[in-house]
Design a protein around this ligand. Sequence first.
Ligand code: MG
Length: 378
Amino acid sequence: MTELAPYAVSEVNSRGRRFSEASPSGRSEFQRDRDRIIHSGAFRRLEYKTQVFVNHEGDLFRTRLTHSIEVAQIARSIARRLNLNEDLAEAISLAHDLGHTPFGHAGQDALNGCMKAYGGFEHNLQSVRVVDILEERYATFDGLNLCFETREGILKHCSPQHAAQMGELGERFLADRRPSLEAQIANLADEIAYNNHDVDDGLRSGLITLEQLSAVPLVNEHLCEVRQAYPEINERRVVHETVRRMINTLVTDLIRQSGANIAAQNLSTLEDVRRAPALIAFSDELNAKQRELKKFLHTHLYRHYRVMRMSAKAQRIIRDLFGVFMEDSRLLPTQFQTAAAKDEASRARVVADYIAGMTDRYAIREHKRIFSVEEDAI
Ligand code: MG
């Protein structure tokens, strides 16, 4: 294995865990973080949570689980090439969506609306809450007791108001510091993964077409290349050959540009990384192209009437559930009742935790169990 760059996160420069534990044998601290994330309940639930499409719409669409695995794959490739901590980049990637509600962004928006009077709901903060508090697996502490650098990477964004309440994790947002390069990589690997798989899933669903997509330069240049090289192949292969070229172009560009940014800074420690501007970045050219693609997806896929209908339905489910549990906490499962009985704000947070932890299908079933009087709903 090549040696880590001196400014990479390592076991030597790590700020460690909140509760001290004996060092793992046979694996690194960051491998242990990754393993704890994979064995968590919240990670398993990602299989039945969606981003754009609802889980039961089809077996071939991405779920948050397959998305997180794709993000980890991309992040690891980039981290390895830049001699950074691959295990940390992987751990952050696998955990980055743990706090997401059911039904993707529609669910998050609805829950945030419900929680307005109680401090709001934000999926990044919720991911930290999952790994710091909500997972109940260890005898002597709540959460997974992950290393500081893993938790810092999971907290991608944070408002100054929330940052002030987040202790050591919030510091960088108030002091205008950057997270590790590994965290920056996981963040952009997320972007590469979802833009490309939304193209793939969007085409598979029939909501967007290759013809429409040929108006997007990043897609069109690769699409033309594929069609020219393989005029006989079927549409599915054309799509895959195009998407894999797009991912490759973005990853290669990111490695090249970030390598140049790092070289220009003369970094020698992790502290230098925190003080420098964000160094993991695409070139201006690719940035502009990616923006075009995002704009396209926004207009033609995320705002497609069939997606909007599902989102509206999803938001109604979340709002109904929140309302009914706030009105009568006796309807909550037993394990939530004590905390919910304290006061209104605590109850709201408990209800938000319960709802955020639901998978798409669980939320649909729970809604039916509570609101439907049909025989099969009980
Ligand atoms: Mg993501």
